[in-house]
Write a protein that binds this ligand. Structure first.
Ligand code: ADP
Length: 397
């Protein structure tokens, strides 16, 4: 059993998975990761896995079919936490919540009023918000005295200008909440928080952060504040992703309904799960597979991914009125030197000169010393951002 320190639990609940991280009570402002893991296959073939901060496996086991929802998944997690951190107390629970709407410009302590407010946003994020809220309710039912904090993927983008938030539809439609919100905010907020130390010469400048993972977006920052993002009303907009197409002419969606006679559920499945890299390659949504493949369709998928990122870098550079730095983060951004090289080379026009050796070695700074626009790799850490918010709101730090 690990030492019995008090801890903050960070939860990220999806439709069939519950991801968790355990952070020990901070000493001198620094949170210490104790364990992270997930319960996958909730409702089908549930499996539990956990690793320590060093990546060593702490647990891996199949769970019974009784694990069928957020509550029963949480019970399994609680059993493991008691076994592993028996003497430690849960100081608070921080949740990733996809949508905070137009009003939540920061994390919120969970209260009945906040929950009522967040339930109203379910129609804006039907695939994620209900699961995020179900996890909060499941914790409240089991640990009624433990404070919970909701941390939103939209908050970091709330300072956008009126034109950056606008979707030019009739007012009565906009009045129902149709505007550009932006997502991946916890990732961008984390990168912004470490920028002064990781990349001091660009921290106060005009920076594009490229969060390239299975979901992908760009954030334009000025002095570490978000001014625009490629994500809009939903996390379907912008770049091509693993299984999402990115920005699509809305006429295509009309065509799917009117000419192909597809139902709303079919269109939703196409847009969220059957498009993007998977649809172009016909084989995989995993960038690693595509980079290794010699198949023309796989190459086209990578070409298209790079093309779309490059094009949007151009658009956000225009929104910023110029560019000082480009930061890569998330699964593809942190690990694929080839994708970074291709995007950087295609963005040479705006002043990026890559240092090939630094890029191949996954160095922090991957542009040459004289490059007018510098390029960087900064690993993201959304869970740590949630732990920090939770600690701050609960007065632990
Ligand atoms: P998410 O958290 O959204 O699931 P991640 O940020 O973990 O996504 O990114 C996952 C993606 O990162 C994978 O789908 C894979 O395509 C990509 N990836 C991870 N490692 C590499 C690598 N070495 N080269 C290319 N792509 C990679």
């Amino acid at each position: 059993m690990a030492p019995a320190s008090d801890y903050v639990l960070v939860l990220n609940a999806g439709s069939s998975s519950l991801k968790f991280s355990v952070y020990a009570r901070p000493a001198a402002q620094a949170w210490r990761l104790e364990a992270r893991g997930q319960i996958e296959g909730i409702g089908t073939v549930p499996r539990f896995s956990a690793r320590g901060a060093d990546g060593a496996t702490l647990a891996r086991e199949d769970l019974g079919r009784a694990v069928r929802d957020a509550g029963t998944a949480l019970d399994s997690l609680a059993n493991w936490l008691r076994e592993r951190f028996g003497g430690g107390r849960v100081l608070g629970v921080g949740h990733r919540v996809v949508h905070g709407g137009a009003s939540h410009a920061g994390p919120a302590l969970v209260t009945p009023e906040v929950m009522a407010d967040l339930r109203k946003l379910v129609p804006l994020a039907p695939l994620h918000q209900p699961h995020n809220l179900a996890a909060i309710e499941a914790v409240a039912a089991r640990l009624p005295d433990v404070a919970q904090v909701a941390c939103f993927d939209t908050s970091f983008h709330r300072g956008h200008s009126a034109v950056a938030e606008l979707i030019a539809l009739p007012k009565e439609i906009r009045d129902t909440g149709v505007q550009r919100y932006g997502f991946h905010g916890l990732s961008y907020e984390y990168v912004a928080s470490v920028l002064p130390e990781a990349a001091p010469e660009i921290a106060a400048g005009r920076v594009i952060v490229a969060h390239l993972g299975s979901g992908a977006s760009l954030c334009a920052m000025s002095n570490r504040r978000s001014v625009d993002s490629t994500f809009g009303f939903t996390a379907l907009d912008g770049l091509c992703m693993g299984t999402r197409p990115g920005a699509v002419d809305p006429g295509v969606v009309l065509y799917l309904f009117q000419n192909l006679g597809l139902s709303a559920q079919e269109v939703e499945a196409i847009l969220y799960r059957k498009s993007g890299l998977l649809a172009i390659s016909g084989t995989s949504n995993d960038m690693r597979d595509l980079l290794q493949s010699a198949e023309p369709a796989a190459r086209l998928a990578v070409d298209y991914f790079v093309y779309r990122v490059t094009k949007e870098i151009g658009a956000l550079t225009a929104a910023l009125g110029g560019l000082d730095g480009l930061v890569f983060t998330a699964g593809i951004g942190e690990n694929s030197a080839e994708v970074r090289r291709r995007i950087s080379e295609a963005s040479a026009w705006c002043g990026i000169e890559l240092d090939d050796a630094a890029n191949s070695g996954n160095a922090a700074r991957i542009s040459r010393a004289g490059s007018r626009v510098s390029a960087w790799v900064i690993p993201t850490n959304e869970e740590l951002m949630i732990a920090r918010h939770t600690g701050r709101l609960l007065g632990l730090t």
